[in-house]
Design a protein around this ligand. Structure first.
Ligand SMILES: C[S@@+](CC[C@H](N)C(=O)[O-])C[C@H]1O[C@@H](n2cnc3c(N)ncnc32)[C@H](O)[C@@H]1O
Length: 235
């Protein structure tokens, strides 16, 4: 379906976008990601590619990054919105083809080191927490490990708070937020630092090759991890 992408792309990003959009991936097959999902991406980068590809298949996709990224991502969203708009039908009464749109893909500034993670980030009045948080290729600097993991914890904690709120749409049976982290392995020390910090707060799984797409499988050093917040991490 794509379209126009301005700006830098990291190698792993299109592969993760393609994988997460595919109906047959294990995350979709097991209901972790579905058409009703409300998703936030941390450090989406200037392209916002994952949101542009995956967002139209979900209920809401919130791209976040530092504020300098806003003008680039918003340009990509608006240019692709124009490309994806369904063509006006010639026959008055005939149904328009169902074309995925980017109306539910939004950008919000969120700096892990400066900003608070709040329920308002969903951009939806009636929804106060996320089903999934995604971070792709965001682990490249030791100083960012702790703030990135903290932001992941804070997003996942919103679901737990939401469950306890009266009149919330989040029922006690609503699943915990799942954190999906894609990474191209570069510096082993930085990656070790991240996994140690992440594992302190999250029960963590690495997706094995058998459940990855052929392109991810055949790219040595590209890894996807999933995490679910430990009960002991709830403060
Ligand atoms: C290597 S890029 C990856 C971008 C994107 N996820 C992708 O896969 O194309 C890392 C991203 O992390 C963002 N980032 C770095 N520090 C951040 C912070 N403190 N808060 C939010 N985002 C940050 C950068 O702005 C950049 O967009």
């Amino acid at each position: 379906m794509f379209t126009k992408i301005n700006q830098v792309l990291w190698k792993i990003t299109p592969l993760v976008a393609e994988y997460l959009a595919d109906d047959k991936n294990i995350l979709r097959q097991t209901g972790v990601i579905s058409s009703g999902s409300v998703v936030i991406e941390l450090g989406c980068g200037v392209s916002g590619l994952i949101g542009l590809v995956v967002g139209p298949t979900l209920q809401q996709y919130v791209l976040t990054d530092q504020s300098y990224v806003a003008r680039f991502v918003e340009k990509n969203i608006s240019e692709n919105k124009a490309v994806m708009r369904p063509a006006a039908s010639k026959k008055k009464k005939s149904k328009q083809a169902l074309v995925p749109t980017l109306e539910n893909v939004v950008f919000k500034a969120l700096d892990w080191e400066l900003d608070e993670v709040t329920a308002g980030l969903t951009g939806l009045d009636h929804i106060r927490s996320f089903d999934v948080v995604i971070a792709c290729d965001c682990i490249y600097n030791e100083a960012l490990i702790e703030p990135l993991v903290r932001a992941c914890v804070d997003v996942c904690t919103l679901r737990e708070k939401d469950r306890e709120t009266d009149n919330s749409q989040a029922t006690p049976s609503m699943p915990s937020t799942v954190c999906i982290v894609g990474q191209q392995l570069r510096d082993p020390d930085i990656f070790d630092g991240w996994i140690k910090e992440f594992h302190k707060y999250f029960r963590t799984w690495r997706l094995p090759d058998e459940v990855l797409s052929p392109t991810l499988q055949s790219s040595p050093g590209f890894v996807l991890h999933c995490g679910v917040l430990r009960e002991s991490s709830l403060s």
